[in-house]
Write a protein that binds this ligand. Structure first.
Ligand code: RAM
Length: 527
């Protein structure tokens, strides 16, 4: 099911002061030249995982010996996931070329993307995200410097045309990797000895670095832009690893620089050629802005920053409050894209959203008290009391000992996780709920590392570290077993090719909302 919004004649409010502040953080990205490490000849299916794996590996020194004729290809492996610009020198062997060469380049984060045929793509998000280029070569050798930045580990070159008189080969190839973070900056774990956890942390860290570009991108292959829900989790992980405060501030200012006409913050933002909020508003993402400022304050105790954003925070409180109407709860289905929570079309989101309201409004109260905004704090407290009352009366099912959502009284992980996070009940009861949900294994599953992040948070906050580590190893660990160099946007261990977009070829395989292991390991276990 397609999930997008189009608003006709959309006219965002611009805030030039916020924009100038955001711009003051602009800086050059760090660069590093990466050379390939091996050649892959052909792919085959691994029967146990149903995923593609290399058929044969060839040393990189032999790259120039591989002369390709029409309909042949070469796969170049850079050994790990990088984000940057490619340089390729293509030469010929044989007679003087009597016709242009015609090649296709395919850039892939994981091997399976190479095997997918983009001409069969029928998903509902744009085909433009598939990383491919078609190039004519009129004169050999030709040095190709791709302008477009790509996210890749693998580069496949298909020869679409030569002539009977000559063959094509790759003489040189390299990648200029880019990141907001210096490539030398590699924060190490101090205490953790468990090898699986060390590996999870490493992959999480790489995921974060590769998506830290001119903004916190959700994924450097797709959507290559700033999303609010993603930003919060990236910033949190960053505090415990690279600890770069500038990019977080830059992104907070950017979101505040272009808003919806009612002052609500958009779910995501374009920064180029000009900063403009997208015409998508997700109620949970607007609310999560509050928590992103709260987290920043908790980490830095920078009261000045809270002051600067207080008005924006209260705008989010007011617009989201209006959204609730008389009942002080939502009652919406998934026919429109009004909230996110997770990429699970079966999910009834209403209970979970109520949990997001209470959680984030509590963060707002905390900040109101920090600033001494007593009237705002009192006002927020009244709202929270009402929301909590409504939550208990409408979503709590005493008999089952779980929260349920919607007319069908749906049981999901999501409703229970968010209600636990909202602190409606005490820790003892929260533990019971979390244990029960693990035992019940609801049919409505978590489909993204984003949703899993909040599951881990609920477990860690309620003193259930053992269960959290088990889940971390099961979920993120399984991605590593399947060959992940960076963590993926979407993953269901029981349905590993899951995609809400109509095809997993457009899934992002370096998606920074999935760095949870790095955050939780460093925050709770590496002390
Ligand atoms: C997708 C992206 C992004 C997320 C939104 C809701 O487009 O994966 O990360 O925040 O969905």
């Amino acid at each position: 099911m397609a999930s997008f919004t189009i608003i006709e004649n959309f006219e965002p409010i611009k805030d030039s002061k916020m924009l100038d502040k955001a711009k003051s953080f602009n800086r050059e990205l760090f660069k590093k030249t990466v050379n390939p490490c091996r050649i892959i000849k052909g792919l085959k299916i691994d029967e146990s995982t149903k995923r593609y794996v290399p058929n044969e590996l060839i040393e990189i020194e032999k790259m120039k010996d591989i002369k390709l004729q029409q309909d042949e290809n070469i796969i170049i492996d850079f050994g790990n996931h990088f984000v940057g610009k490619l340089k390729i020198k293509i030469a010929h062997s044989g007679s003087h070329p009597d016709a242009p060469g015609f090649i296709k380049l395919k850039m892939a984060e994981i091997i399976d993307e190479l095997a997918a045929d983009s001409s069969n793509y029928e998903g509902w998000i744009s085909k433009g995200w598939i990383q491919e280029e078609w190039i004519h070569i009129d004169e050999f050798p030709m040095e190709i410097k791709l302008d477009r930045r790509y996210a890749l580990r693998y580069l496949q070159l298909d020869v679409l045309a030569t002539s009977a008189k000559y063959k094509i080969y790759v003489e040189e190839v390299s990648l200029e990797a880019e990141s907001w973070i210096d490539f030398k900056d590699n924060p190490q774990l101090k205490k953790v000895q468990d090898k699986e956890l060390i590996e999870l942390d490493k992959v999480g860290l790489r995921t974060l670095r590769n998506s830290m570009q001119n903004v916190y991108e959700d994924g450097p292959k797709r959507d290559r832009r700033l999303w609010l829900g993603d930003l919060r989790l990236q910033a949190l992980t960053n505090y415990y690893s690279f600890n770069d405060l500038e990019l977080v501030k830059k992104c907070l200012y950017l979101f505040s620089a272009s808003k919806f006409p009612n002052k609500s913050l958009g779910a995501c933002l374009f920064v180029s050629p000009e900063v403009q909020v997208d015409d998508t508003n997700l109620i949970d993402y607007s609310l999560i802005f509050i928590s992103t400022v709260y987290d920043y304050y908790e980490h830095t105790k920078d009261i000045e920053l809270v002051k600067e954003f207080w008005e924006v925070i209260m705008d989010q409180v007011n617009t989201t409050w209006e959204f609730l109407g008389e009942q002080k709860m939502t009652n919406l289905n998934n026919d429109t894209f009004w909230s996110f929570i997770d990429w699970n079309p079966e999910l009834d989101k209403n209970a979970a959203i109520q949990g997001v309201y209470i959680t984030t409004y509590k963060h707002a109260i905390y900040l109101a008290n920090v600033l001494g905004k007593n009237t705002d704090a009192k006002n927020l407290e009244e709202k929270i009391n009402l929301l909590s009352e409504v939550a208990k009366n409408n979503y709590w099912d005493e008999k089952q000992g779980l929260f349920v959502s919607g007319d069908q009284k749906q049981i999901s992980y999501h409703s229970n996780i968010w209600m636990v996070l909202s602190g409606l009940f005490d820790q003892e009861k929260n533990k019971k709920i979390l244990k029960k949900i693990i035992e019940v294994k609801p049919a409505i599953k978590l489909k993204t590392p984003y949703a899993y992040h909040y599951f881990l948070e609920a477990l860690f906050l309620n003193d259930m570290q053992e269960e959290a580590v088990k889940i971390m190893k099961y979920y993120w660990g399984e991605m590593i077993k399947l060959g992940a160099d960076t963590f993926w946007e979407l993953f269901d261990p029981e349905d590993p090719f899951y995609s809400p977009y109509g095809s997993s070829i457009v899934n992002s395989y370096c998606h920074a909302w999935s760095c949870a292991p790095t955050y939780f390991i460093r925050k709770y276990m590496d002390k």
